[in-house]
Write a protein that binds this ligand. Structure first.
Ligand SMILES: Cc1ncc(COP(=O)(O)O)c(C=O)c1O
Length: 447
């Protein structure tokens, strides 16, 4: 670009949502830096946010919304929690990045290892990196190539994990992604969630080639799907029987579905643990941090100790570590109690409004996380086919009615709803007032 064609600094910056989106689209593909932020499946222009506080977001036009996205999970304590902001300010004052080890890295790792049964934790910057590393580790540890994943589960955007992925891939109705080679796709075997017989079959046919099964601890990226009774324990037994590893993706559910993630509701009471775990979102408290963790025997295969290479310029970044540590240190039993109560209250309000408006639906839950699926009262959602078969057309008018009445929901029916410990009575009142409008809009929708 020549200097003459560079946008002129003298031009006033756009200040409306529509103008900002227009400006963004001219320089950013689709105007967004992550497809889930686009309003592709609900229509209209994405809203540009400029500020956040407690349970609220404020857009470029000064409109305030109760936030039920919570940055897609990380904001467990609400936005700009004073302890987190203080910790970040202190970290920033000390230096943005050192490219060397720092004390907070091992404190955060210790905190994670003190909460769930893992012996080693390696910090990375995104959930995608965490699952990608876990897959490489599983292949390095077993000497096998194949990975089993479930249709509708999302584990980030590394090549091998995009087959039949949920979240943005589901929202845009894509089977996978262009740019993934056939060879990579052939190394990922996709099975229906909650389908034990299909898994038995895959392992009977190719068990000796399978390095790992990767699963969301509870799927939350095709909407929430509650694992069938005993399904996760079955995965543990099946993988162990065939010498494959179980990769337990808690990027979304970790430190959020409960204080010990979804493992606290599944593996812990049943007395088992996976081989490798992935974390993200809450452990960074709103800054880019994620982690891969597990037994020392497997994790110590990572460089510099072992032959499995993994690295990151900004891994364990001190500002991100400070945000994550402060978030987890303030994630008390009281915080989880509030989130549990608010999440149940939200579900009751939602079910009440939908029932009153005569909208057929079901609610799927995983600890403090839940989502709604329209037209699914007969059987609920057990897998990706059920999620895709719902009356998704009801969501766009529902979403826009909530937005109009000051509530920011995920702009896709295939996402979980997130609350924080900052969601107070005033925020819940606003949601309660908005829901009947949205439920009526959903009732009136036609395919
Ligand atoms: C279960 C799960 N795994 C992995 C990821 C990828 O994380 P990131 O977006 O930080 O790359 C996500 C993101 O939503 C997720 O929900």
């Amino acid at each position: 670009m020549t200097a003459a064609s560079t946008p002129q600094a003298a031009n006033p910056a756009p200040t409306t949502n529509a103008a900002l989106y227009e400006a963004a689209r001219s320089v950013i593909p689709g105007g967004v830096n992550s497809p889930v932020r686009a309003f592709g499946s609900v229509g209209g222009d994405p809203v540009s946010m400029v500020r956040a506080s407690g349970p609220y977001l404020t857009d470029a036009e000064g409109r305030e919304y109760v936030d039920l996205v919570c940055s897609w999970g990380p904001m467990l304590l609400g936005h700009n929690h004073p302890a987190v902001v203080d910790a970040v300010h202190r970290a920033v004052d000390a230096g943005l990045s050192f490219g060397a080890s720092t004390p907070d890295e091992y404190r955060l790792a210790e905190l994670i290892a003190g909460t769930v049964p893992v012996e080693r934790v390696r910090m990375v910057s995104t959930g995608t990196e965490a699952t990608m590393t876990a897959i490489r580790l599983a292949r390095g540890a077993t000497g096998r190539n194949l990975i089993v994943k479930f249709a509708g589960c999302y584990h980030g955007h590394s090549d091998g994990l995009l087959a039949a992925a949920g979240s943005g891939v589901a929202t845009q109705s894509l089977p996978g992604s262009a740019g993934v080679t056939e060879a990579q796709a052939a190394e990922t075997l996709v099975v229906d969630y909650n389908d034990r017989a299909a898994l038995e079959e895959v392992f009977a046919a190719r068990g000796s080639e399978i390095a790992a099964v990767i699963t969301e601890a509870a799927p939350c990226n095709m909407g929430v799907v509650t694992p069938a009774e005993g399904f996760n324990a079955f995965l543990r037994q099946l993988t162990a029987r065939h010498g494959a590893l179980l990769i337990w993706d808690e990027v979304l559910t970790g430190f959020r579905a409960s204080d010990t993630g979804y493992w606290g509701l599944s593996g812990q009471p049943e007395g088992w643990a996976p081989d490798l775990w992935t974390f993200g979102k809450v452990i960074g408290g709103g800054m880019p941090t994620a982690a891969v963790a597990g037994r020392a025997e497997v994790m110590d295969l990572l460089a510099p100790l072992g032959p499995v290479y993994q690295a990151g310029t900004l891994s364990g970044n001190p500002v991100a570590m400070a945000a994550g540590l402060a978030t987890l240190q303030n994630a008390t039993a009281e915080v989880y109690g509030t989130i549990t109560r608010r999440s149940q209250q939200l579900e009751e309000l939602l079910v009440g409004a939908l029932t009153e408006a005569g909208v057929d639906h079901s609610i799927q839950r995983a600890g403090t996380l839940f989502s709604v699926a329209f037209g699914t009262s007969d059987g609920g959602v057990r897998n990706y086919a059920d999620a895709q078969g719902q009356e998704a057309f009801r969501y766009a008018p529902f979403f826009h009615a909530m937005l109009k009445h000051g509530v920011y929901l995920p702009p896709s029916v295939f996402e979980a709803w997130f609350v924080s410990s900052a969601h107070d009575d005033a925020a819940m009142d606003r949601i309660a007032k908005a829901l009947p409008h949205a439920a009526r809009a959903a009732a009136a929708a036609t395919a």
